[in-house]
Design a protein around this ligand. Sequence first.
Ligand code: FAD
Length: 336
Amino acid sequence: MTPLSLLPDFDLADRNTLALIASSRFGVTITEPGMLPALFDTARTRTLPVRILGGGSNVVLAPAYDGITALVAIKGKRIVAADDGATVVEAAAGESWHDLVLWTVEQGLGGLENLALIPGTVGAAPVQNIGAYGAELADMFESLLAYDRNTGAERIFTRDDCAFAYRDSIFKHEPDRYVVLSVQLRLPGAWTPNLNFAGLSDLAAPDLTPRRVMDRVIELRTSKLPDWRVTPNAGSFFQNPIVSTDAAQTVLAEFPAAPNFPQADGRTKLSAGWLIEKAGLKGFSMGPVGMSERHALVVVNHGGATQADVSALSAHVKETVKARFGIQLHEEPIFC
Ligand SMILES: Cc1cc2nc3c(=O)[nH]c(=O)nc-3n(C[C@H](O)[C@H](O)[C@H](O)COP(=O)(O)OP(=O)(O)OC[C@H]3O[C@@H](n4cnc5c(N)ncnc54)[C@H](O)[C@@H]3O)c2cc1C
């Protein structure tokens, strides 16, 4: 068992992209899987809960967590297998997701380019099945290796085991059980660009490369989203609601041009950002937090905010959208 040293009064203000005031009774950085048995043994002995964090880009942290916050920083990436059909790459949980995308694209490997510039770590990517620009992690997912806190053993998860759905997976439903250690992705040998998203379709050309698509995605994201290093935020704060046909028709009867995306199960996905903007909340502020003036879906911290400030704003946005459109929004980041 690899020993570990717990750091007391661990400050997390610069370890969450919302820059909320946050600390933990203890903190520890996990640099190798062998540290996990000692971590959970120690937690059991001291009857302390353990909270797993990657880059802190999809969380709304409590001001004072009375437990151990474990930062997953296990590094390493490699090509596992390559033939004409596909290349399988593997990255450890603590690798930066965007660095992994860059690394694959630099080697001429396509498949991840639409998911460029999403902050955070590889290990967190399966947790909410990250997605952007018409692609999601599940599209390229091969398998992952996780540590099971209940059994103390490592377990391989296939795509089916993960139960991926829109911003969802089994890991969201069993939050205190698994620590993702590494992820394998299968990148196609014969690359087909995925341009089915506004802002990408004009790129269609016979000599198009993954890099060109990635560059466009980066350009679009940079122009639309506030930079969390300058204006602290956690990206999209609400999931796009998937509603019944009747509920969607009520919105479309009033606003025929409202963005809407029919789903395979007959329901319709609406744009949470559009609903928030139409409810008059783009740029709305409440104390030290607000909805971004650049993007209605993004909660920003103007400075000095806590989890309670974010909760109050979120409740107000949900109530306002519900009252205006009858549609219930759900937060995307995890309050922990
Ligand atoms: C500016 C901005 C833009 C964003 N854009 C997108 C986007 O386009 N698409 C999208 O899907 N998301 C987006 N996000 C959200 C976020 O980047 C992703 O959800 C990302 O995967 C979170 O990674 P993280 O390492 O920061 O996770 P954290 O925020 O640290 O953790 C998130 C959750 O995952 C769990 N977790 C973390 N690591 C592990 C692990 N190794 N094993 C088990 N559980 C773990 C944590 O316990 C927590 O519940 C954006 C965020 C920001 C700030």
